[in-house]
Design a binder for this molecule. Structure first.
Ligand code: ADP
Ligand code: UDP
Length: 236
């Protein structure tokens, strides 16, 4: 597999073409941003951890019946993935109130919901990823009704697996963001990443935050939190 030209540099990853038109290489960076790019910094070692954690979880999810873009980890920071056309929706599942949910609806963080919630944001940096509903997504032709149903089904399946798996490792899964894409034949698969950058993880006993909120909120020990997630999941 030959790594060809860089196609895209995002806030946390770079995407490269390969000599196979159906495959990309993603390269995870240590760069961290928050609040739509207003806050910037570096989390040393983050790229390596997010690459490993994402690949570990995606392989588990494949076994649970959720198709993903994962093909093969190539190095500490690089992974071969199936090329997709990203559905421009950030799919957010919540089990416990936090972050923008608490802010938007004026409730404290830490309320455990009776059942998970799902919401979509329109993935558009210029607009600040606005919250939208299914009807808006259809009107904007971001996805078909059938694709939205598939995405919801997979997102809840990811939640059921991930919530139970994290709990076994002493972590409460508060909320997370997923992205889905279409393969060239139109099949919907889970893409992008699942990591402490894109999930809220709280220690089940101490409620200590083990995710990107340590960076967003200047809580310190950011690197330690990412390392702790890697250790609990993969023993490293
Ligand atoms: P952002 O674009 O939000 O700054 P990243 O820095 O994580 O985010 O960049 C990675 C980009 O690659 C994202 O836009 C993501 O939607 C996209 N992406 C993730 N997986 C794939 C894939 N399998 N094929 C094509 N694009 C992908
Ligand atoms: N999230 C993400 N990328 C985004 C927005 C949110 O990965 O662009 C994740 C975030 O890490 C959290 C969940 O989605 O786990 C819900 O985030 P929320 O809507 O509360 O927004 P935030 O507090 O990050 O503004």
């Amino acid at each position: 597999m030959k790594k060809l030209e860089q196609l895209y540099e995002g806030k946390a990853k770079k995407v490269f073409a390969t000599d196979d038109p159906e495959l990309f290489i993603v390269d995870y960076k240590d760069d961290a941003t928050a609040f739509n790019g207003e806050k910037r910094g570096t989390i040393v070692g983050k790229g390596v951890i997010n690459n490993k954690v994402t690949n570990f979880l995606m392989q588990k999810l494949e076994k649970e019946g959720v198709p993903t873009h994962f093909v093969e980890q190539l190095s500490d920071r690089e992974t071969l993935v199936k090329k997709v056309s990203i559905v421009p929706l950030e799919v957010i599942i919540r089990n416990i109130s936090a972050g923008s949910f608490s802010k938007r609806y004026g409730v404290e963080e830490g309320i455990v919901f009776d059942q998970p919630t799902i919401e979509f944001s329109y993935k558009n940096d210029d607009l600040g990823d606005p919250l939208i509903n299914d009807y808006h997504a259809l009107a904007l032709k971001l996805a078909t009704a059938e694709e939205i149903e598939t995405i919801k089904k997979y997102a809840f399946k990811v939640n059921e697996f991930l919530k139970a798996f994290m709990k076994e490792n002493g972590i409460d899964l508060v909320d997370f963001k997923l992205e889905f894409g279409r393969l060239s034949d139109g099949t919907i698969v889970l893409a992008d990443e699942i990591s402490p950058d894109t999930c809220r993880f709280w220690d089940s006993k101490t409620h200590e935050k083990l995710d990107k909120d340590r960076f967003r909120r200047d809580l310190g020990h950011v690197e330690d939190a990412y390392q702790e997630i890697l250790r609990r999941l993969m023993g490293e």
